[in-house]
Design a protein around this ligand. Structure first.
Ligand code: SAM
Length: 245
């Protein structure tokens, strides 16, 4: 059987895995709710098993942060299945708070059952997405979201940027033909990096026909925490949709 822990050859991860101490309610959700939502080696191959039924579209969000976009999409589109991936434990706990509504100071229940919540179409992989890549079959997703990835703007750190030929090879493999890879960023260096890297890649085509198609939020958009911070600080996000040929 496939084991996520035995995957070789994944380059070093440079971000944070843990931040502030996780408080009581969030730790409760990590201990009791997360195991019911985790993508497992037994379910990763089969979307129907993973989501407990047939879904119209299967979508992946890489680095969901506090989960606002993932949660918002899943709430609006119960007909779709969403796999959210986040390596930062506090972010995963925030997504679980959004879904469960359980806040610090609330009485902790005896147990939780994710089937009691309004949003039931999210599954979580709480580790480096490059481990998940190795386990996923070809042509699995209809959409893949990469929203405000760490920009690593210094030239000496350029090799750490998520949009790179190795990751694009995996994204191309797991995305269905005609599927959309959406990248959002507010950083000028990363904007140029995405445009250059994707332009050099023959597997994807940029869908934009005019400036509004990438300067304005897409119609189905849900704002993320990082995006709201960028807007407050005067930066202008852009939204690139690439179609897999
Ligand atoms: C700048 S934050 C943006 C978070 C969120 N998308 C938003 O817009 O608010 C980038 C996130 O990607 C996550 N991340 C970076 N590399 C990752 C990887 N290889 N696998 C999973 N998550 C990753 C980080 O932990 C971080 O939470």
């Amino acid at each position: 059987m496939f084991n996520f822990n035995q995957i070789p050859d994944v380059p070093k991860f440079f971000g944070r895995r843990k931040g502030r101490v996780v408080r009581k309610a969030k730790q409760f959700l990590l201990d009791n709710m997360l195991p019911q939502m985790r993508v497992t080696p037994e379910t990763v191959f089969d979307a129907e098993r993973l989501f407990g039924g047939v879904k119209q579209e299967i979508c992946l969000e890489i680095g969901f942060g506090d989960g606002q976009h993932l949660y918002g999409q899943a709430l609006k589109n119960p007909q779709n299945g969403y796999i959210g991936v986040e390596v930062f434990q506090n972010g995963v706990a925030n997504l679980l708070t959004l879904i469960s509504g359980l806040k610090e100071g609330d009485n902790l229940p005896e147990n939780v059952d994710v089937r009691d919540y309004a949003v039931q179409n999210i599954r979580v992989f709480d580790d480096d997405v490059r481990l998940l890549f190795k386990a996923l079959p070809d042509d699995f997703f209809d959409k893949i979201y990469l929203l405000f990835p760490d920009p690593w703007p210094k030239k000496k750190h350029a090799g750490r940027r998520f949009v790179n030929p190795d990751n694009l090879k995996e994204i191309k493999r797991i995305l269905k033909s005609g599927g959309i890879f959406r990248i959002a960023t507010d950083h000028p260096v990363y904007k140029r990096h995405v445009l250059r890297t994707m332009h050099q890649n023959a597997d994807f085509v940029w869908t934009a026909k005019c400036g509004d198609d990438w300067r304005k939020e897409p119609v189905d958009w849900v704002r993320t925490k990082y995006q709201q911070k960028a807007i407050r600080e005067g930066r202008r996000p852009v939204f690139f949709d690439y179609k897999k040929l």
